[in-house]
Ligand binder design. Structure first.
Ligand SMILES: NC(=O)c1ccc[n+]([C@@H]2O[C@H](COP(=O)([O-])OP(=O)(O)OC[C@H]3O[C@@H](n4cnc5c(N)ncnc54)[C@H](O)[C@@H]3O)[C@@H](O)[C@H]2O)c1
Length: 263
């Protein structure tokens, strides 16, 4: 049975730990790590079949030869701080904070260790076709992300620009740029732009729309290649146990872990 560690004990970390605990993912959970130890302790206390060690020190995980797979569900900073040590110690790494992989400091790691880095499809679909399209060369990748203004007001980009989104009556484009720019501007919500870029090997162009009529988080993707044009629209509903995260994104990491762990 594969031995796991989870870094980040928030919404996604809890979904993953629970999936291991109830046997949906066939693995043994050896560590729960969080900067906030209380969060890791609380999550550990909710598990019944798994007895993970709680830690705030990544070296404990990286130096434990039993750990085969680490699931990062923390933040872009966590990926930039810990990925090197984890990958250099020979372990596999599932990255949720995918935006970090577009940072210049992570480029070398991606090139060197891509085979051991696993990126879930998250809140989007069509990755299988996009991967196939790279064989003929992808011409362009466009992502339009549509969210209710209330879900954008706490984003660093919106705050730094002093954008007033509270009384919008019509959809407004609040951001246009590359995926690299998007993951810095919206570090928590535009992981899909990074996943698209990594899988298509083409820097995605991204538009973020504040749409007062959109209660769901919607991602529209258009990929052009010699093999045809792909158009995908995903309307994401919140996770039933934690409205902070998208149901599909949580399911996608559990599915990926089943593929990596279940016999
Ligand atoms: N790829 C996707 O489709 C997708 C979907 C949802 C969330 N995410 C990403 O996954 C990450 C986790 O999401 P969430 O909703 O569970 O967040 P969350 O805020 O609920 O939980 C994050 C946890 O990680 C901890 N943490 C943050 N930085 C850390 C660090 N450097 N070291 C150790 N612990 C640290 C926090 O204390 C917190 O407990 C976020 O970066 C989010 O953007 C990606």
């Amino acid at each position: 049975m594969k031995k796991l560690a989870i870094i980040g004990c928030g919404a996604i970390g809890a979904v993953v730990a629970t999936a291991v605990d109830n046997g949906v993912v066939e693995a043994e959970l050896l560590y729960l790590m969080d900067l906030d130890l209380r969060k890791a302790e609380k999550l550990a206390s909710l598990l019944s079949t798994q007895k993970p060690t709680v830690t705030s020190n990544v070296a404990e995980i990286a130096c434990d030869p039993r750990v085969e797979l680490v699931v990062e569900a923390a933040s872009q900073e966590a990926v930039l701080q810990y990925a090197k040590q984890i990958l250099e110690s020979g372990k596999e790494l599932v990255v949720m904070s995918v935006g970090a992989l577009l940072h210049p400091e992570a480029r070398g790691l991606v090139e060197r260790y891509w085979k051991r880095i696993h990126v879930p499809s998250g809140a989007i679909a069509g990755i299988d076709a996009i991967k196939a399209m790279t064989l003929t060369g992808v011409e362009s990748v466009e992502l339009v992300t549509r969210k209710h203004p209330r879900k954008l007001v706490d984003e660093p980009y919106v705050k730094n620009k002093g954008l007033r989104l509270d009384h919008l009556l019509e959809p407004v484009v609040v951001f246009e740029g590359t995926a690299e720019e998007a993951v810095s501007a919206f570090p928590r919500t535009l992981n899909v732009a990074a996943a698209l870029t990594l899988y298509s090997r083409t820097l995605a162009r991204v538009k973020v729309v504040a749409d007062p009529s959109s209660e769901l988080n919607v991602h529209e993707i258009r990929v052009k290649s010699k093999a045809g044009t792909l158009f995908v629209r995903v309307e994401n509903v919140p996770h039933p146990d934690n409205s902070k995260t998208s149901y599909l994104a949580a399911l996608s990491v559990v599915k990926l872990l089943q593929e990596l762990c279940n016999g």
